[in-house]
Design a protein around this ligand. Sequence first.
Ligand SMILES: Nc1ncnc2c1ncn2[C@@H]1O[C@H](COP(=O)(O)OP(=O)(O)OP(=O)(O)O)[C@@H](O)[C@H]1O
Length: 317
Amino acid sequence: MDTSIISIKGLRKVYHNHVAVNQLDLDIQRGEIFGLLGPNGAGKSTTILMMLGLTEPTAGSVRVDGINPQTHPVEVKKVVGYLPDNIGFYEQRSGLDNLVLVAELNGYTYNEALDNAQNLLTTVGLKEVGNKKVSTYSRGMKQRLGLADTLIKKPRIIILDEPTLGLDPTGVKEFLSLIQNLSKKENLTVLLSSHHLHQVQEVCNRVGIFVKGDLIAKGEVTDLARQLFGDSSSTTLLDTGLNNIDEIATIQTKLKNIKGIDRTEMSGKQIVIHHSFKSNTPLIKILAEQEIPTMQLLQKGYGLDDIYSYYFEENKL
Ligand SMILES: Nc1ncnc2c1ncn2[C@@H]1O[C@H](COP(=O)(O)OP(=O)(O)OP(=O)(O)O)[C@@H](O)[C@H]1O
């Protein structure tokens, strides 16, 4: 059974000969938190705009909860709440007033709007400050108010564009756990566009990585590593205990040529070894055979940061 709430097939957007989104195929499941990752200009916002019916695809199709946003833009906006990265409020009015206004604009009577707004302020943890002017809110509080704003029409899907931008670490944590709880409680589907890899890794069920209009990989983070690096899915940090950088670099080069090791790089005085061994045991054997000093070996799996730096910083594409 197809349980996807967002279904994208062969989606393409070309602006004056520039391909912003290229042949995108993506299915997002109901209740899923999906992370859209990618550097500036990768095509994330254009994809979101096409889902919202705000820009027309050049080719391909999008269905959002069964709705074609191109032909039914008003209907799609009823089921999708969108939090842009620069949401504006009436700063001189209270958070509560702002929400009531949005609720009324969405067709609620004043009493319904008030009730709805008060409940949402509680949900996002702003109950105590609901009557204070928005101008007195911190960035984190404004983002939570923005979340309440997107929830007011009781959407089935929310799309959040860089929602944690400018938040301090505590604010980020609180905001993301709020999203996670909401998604669980309401079976809400969340699309999160972000550059913040650690955060996305923590909160998303799956992520998709966009580069220059292409979705180069999608899946759970562990699957992504496999998709992008093939069998080479392990990284081990070697601390030789040496201080001489030249000596360490010589060891690094030597290791690179050993079967089973795909590549190596320096990280300060440590050597990062990317290899296809399932554990460190074969590595320990190799290090002993090659008489390489080993003070510490630390195995770590590939994280999103590795994927990101491999694909974006080393210009592999
Ligand atoms: N209205 C437009 N007209 C022409 N080109 C555009 C337009 N909107 C976006 N583009 C181009 O399409 C590409 C994709 O842009 P998009 O905004 O979708 O990327 P993004 O991944 O959302 O980046 P960011 O994180 O900076 O928002 C970029 O090269 C951008 O310059």
